[in-house]
Design a protein around this ligand. Structure first.
Ligand code: RIB
Ligand code: CA
Length: 346
């Protein structure tokens, strides 16, 4: 009798734990296909039972928003996950204009070119009619404190939603951001200017609004990305099995490693997703973090400190990742790329 009760309690608590651990996620991305980090981050999310992807929203960043949308639609079709709706978002940052520096450096957020067809041609799947911001506000308000937003591109869509509806910020469960670089922690240099990270630099005004919104934030800056190293050796383990995902990876990543077998990539957005799947993979520190939106040498730079400092009044405290259990992270990543492709959820 006692054993029966114990078993019932265990079964109940196991299934409660299983459902309780599944984060409802909106995935906001300046998408590019693998070997781009957004593409690999989405594959990790799709292969993770801990996450339920409600929708994907696109934003200009790595490429134009049209290209981001075209490539995410293609990837979903290629891996049989067309049940996930895609909403197109901002095609430009709020204020930051095209400049010679931007044209010469990483990123095509200013591009007006038509998106090139992904391998084999554009997807049949279509983008939704509603905009990214409409979707974000509608979904979050309909399910207060239930939805986590994973934001791995410029913060334009997120900040626009924050500005558009006063109740939005207090209704988001958590915002997991890949962005910024914190100079007061190890490995805190920038990757687009000496101190600024790409996502925050593309739209500094939006990043500042998102960071100051009061939404609970887990920040995954360059400090933690720099603890990663995706090499050909790991790639070969990733594609050891034969599935729709490994075939996609062989098509998109294989030629890059054939051309340059010694190439090693940092993993940016993948770490942000990994930290939501398993927070024990990363080491964090609680810091106030703010973004410089003054047009000058530090435009787009994020600054973190244990106390508020002059000029940062209004900054909020957040969890800032600065280290990672690399071996455990990459083994989880490889295992999920190799696993049978997860079935549609609806
Ligand atoms: O700085 C890294 C970030 O900018 C990542 O989100 C990546 O996709 C890039 O473009
Ligand atoms: Ca990105």
């Amino acid at each position: 009798m006692l054993r029966g009760i114990l078993f019932a309690v265990l079964v109940t608590s196991f299934s409660a734990a299983a459902t309780g651990q599944s984060h409802k996620v909106i995935f906001d991305t300046d998408f590019i296909l693998p070997p781009g980090d957004d593409g690999l981050a989405l594959l990790l999310a799709l292969q993770s039972p801990e996450l339920e992807i409600l929708a994907i929203t696109t934003v200009a960043g790595n490429a134009s928003v049209e290209r981001a949308t075209a490539e995410v639609l293609w990837l979903l079709e290629a891996v049989g996950r067309t049940e996930i709706p895609v909403y197109q978002g901002a095609d430009m940052p709020w204020v930051h204009e095209r400049s010679d520096f931007a044209v010469d450096h990483h990123g095509k957020w200013y591009s007006n070119d038509a998106p090139p067809p992904p391998p084999g041609g554009h997807a049949q799947k279509k983008v939704e009619k509603e905009t990214a911001v409409e979707l974000l506000v509608r979904s979050v308000l309909a399910s207060p404190n239930e939805i986590t937003i994973v934001a791995i591109g410029p913060m334009t869509n997120i900040a626009t939603a924050i500005r558009q509806n006063a109740a939005f910020s207090e209704s988001v469960r958590e915002l997991v951001i890949m962005g910024g670089a914190v100079a007061s922690l190890q490995d805190g240099a920038g990757n687009i200017t000496p101190n600024a990270e790409f996502n925050f630099w593309v739209d500094p005004e939006a990043a500042r609004v998102a960071l100051r919104s009061g939404i609970p934030i887990m920040l995954s800056p360059l400090n933690v990305s720099r603890k990663t190293a995706l090499s050909k050796e790991w790639y070969e383990k990733m594609v050891a099995s034969d599935t729709a995902i490994t075939r996609l990876l062989r098509t998109t990543m294989g030629p890059r490693f054939e051309r340059d077998p010694d190439r090693v990539w940092f993993m940016y957005d993948q770490v942000a997703v990994g930290s939501l799947i398993d927070p024990t993979l990363v080491v964090t520190e609680e810091l106030f973090v703010d973004v410089d939106d003054n047009r000058g040498v530090s435009y787009g730079t994020s600054v973190g400190g244990t106390e508020i400092w002059p000029g940062a009044e209004g900054a909020k405290k957040m969890k800032v990742q600065h280290d990672l259990d690399w071996r455990r992270f990459i083994e989880m990543f490889v295992e999920r790329m190799n696993a049978p492709v997860r079935a549609r959820t609806r």
